[in-house]
Write a new protein. Structure first.
Ligand SMILES: [Zn+2]
Length: 88
């Protein structure tokens, strides 16, 4: 980070990016939020032991046709917690 940029400025910019939808907070269950700018809806595989978070496309997890056409999904949050045994 540039030494001349204050933390308040950074936090303000992060909030602005989040409000405008260009940055999304990911709650991984620990004390800190992570941010990402992945545009496509997806689920997260989370391993608290190794601090690993992996994006998984929703099309892999469920059939989108399972949502009735009368229901308009506005957001989705799927977090799968487990033990990561691969390489980071
Ligand atoms: Zn993600």
């Amino acid at each position: 980070m540039y030494p001349e940029v204050g933390l308040t400025t950074v936090y303000r910019q992060v909030r602005h990016l989040e409000k405008t939808g260009r940055l999304h907070a990911v709650d991984t269950g620990d004390d800190a939020l992570r941010y990402e700018n992945t545009p496509e809806p997806h689920a997260h595989l989370i391993c608290p032991r190794t601090d690993t978070v992996v994006d998984i496309p929703l099309t892999v997890l469920f059939n989108e046709n399972a949502i009735p056409p009368e229901f308009e999904a506005e957001s989705i949050d799927i977090r799968i917690f487990g033990k990561w045994r691969g390489q980071n």
